[in-house]
Design a protein around this ligand. Structure first.
Ligand SMILES: Cc1ncc(COP(=O)(O)O)c(C=O)c1O
Length: 342
């Protein structure tokens, strides 16, 4: 069976499990876990920030960061198709008391000028914008990469208006590998970042909030309040450390397989290969006679598992547990179904 539903389905390798078993641990709520402390220091340094905090999930890391940059009752700007808007179940409002205003769903195709124009200045009685959240790479945007120039323009606009910039960098590693932008360069553009070790890098659990020492100290308190204070977490941090050492550069293989699938399916008019930049392949079935849930169900009968994201949109995701045989099987099965649905 080939599981292409998400890059979160990976299972820890033997080497990773060994590193987990051998991890030196302590009680991380007391700050005593050396393996967690080392991972946090490593990730902070990678992004050129002062500190980082290990969190159980990308959603929690995002929500901690949003509370850092947006006070309760404050306004966040984000894309209508952002993970923080669509898949975090209203957490920004329910937990952080944050009011979110969205720009249209454009995936990674942000218009920095349009977003800058949405920033509301301080001054009673309107609600001033406190922060802007950007997703890199963009999940619902088919793994698209926001260009560096756009991010720089947004940073300038944010500085001018005195608002913070957060990066939902669940797959920032993928953008780094696809475009060759150094992680520290991304780090320098954002006040806070969240990054995930469990998407494509093969760790079973784990994300980090990255930022200044002051912000990360506050993040530690918010994490505890949200129930995310964990004890002998070094077992998990060891998996993350192993993932960073062994599984970042190899993301290029996933990107190459995604590009091959996109090229193979392009003849059915469901994928534009130019849109496929990283490990996600969005399959737009709008012009076919099959919908996404049916395509996913038909493919699953033949042991190829993909995700139905929207009625007309399926998603195929490459990760470290899919090899060239898996790619070939996916091309064969999906091509046969799409051929019948023209
Ligand atoms: C862009 C993005 N941000 C955040 C998350 C949340 O991560 P988690 O599932 O660990 O909460 C995901 C999950 O897939 C994601 O794709």
């Amino acid at each position: 069976m080939v599981d292409l539903r998400s890059d979160t389905v990976t299972r820890p390798s033997l080497g990773m499990r060994r590193a987990m078993a051998e991890a030196v641990v302590g009680d991380d709520v007391f700050g005593d876990d050396p393996t967690v402390n080392a991972l946090e220091a490593r990730v902070a340094e990678l992004f050129g920030h002062e500190a980082a905090l290990f969190a159980p999930s990308g959603s929690m890391a995002n929500q901690i960061a949003l509370q850092l940059v947006t006070p309760a009752g404050g306004e966040l700007l984000a894309g209508a198709d952002a993970h923080v808007v669509t898949y975090e179940l209203g957490a920004a409002a329910a937990i952080g008391g944050i009011s979110t205003r969205t720009w249209p769903a454009v995936g990674a195709g942000l218009d920095a000028g349009q977003i800058a124009g949405m920033i509301r200045p301080r001054g009673y009685p309107s609600l001033p914008t406190a922060a802007i959240a950007v997703e890199q790479t963009h999940n619902l945007g088919g793994g698209g990469v926001v260009p560096l120039a756009t991010l720089r323009s947004l940073r300038e606009a944010a500085d001018e208006a005195g608002v913070s910039l957060h990066c939902d960098g669940a797959r920032l590693w993928h953008a780094h590998v696809a475009d060759g932008v150094p992680l520290a360069e991304y780090g320098a553009l954002f006040d806070t970042l969240s990054v995930c070790l469990s998407k494509g890098l093969g760790a079973p659990v784990g994300s980090l909030v990255v930022g200044s020492a002051e912000r990360v100290a506050r993040a530690r308190v918010i994490r505890k309040r949200m129930g995310g204070g964990m004890r002998q977490t070094g077992i998990l941090a060891a998996a993350g450390d192993y993932a960073l050492t062994h599984n970042v550069d190899r993301l290029a293989e996933d990107h190459a397989r995604a590009a091959k699938l996109a090229a193979a399916l392009s003849k059915f008019g469901v994928v534009d290969p130019d849109d496929v930049r990283t490990n996600l392949v969005p399959v737009d079935l709008g012009a076919t006679s099959i919908d996404a849930p049916t395509l996913a169900a038909e493919a699953a009968k033949r042991d190829v598992h993909i995700a139905a994201m929207l009625p007309h949109l399926a998603r195929v995701v490459f990760h470290l547990d899919v090899d060239d045989n898996g790619l070939d099987q996916a091309i064969t099965v999906l091509s046969e179904i799409l051929d019948r649905s023209r």
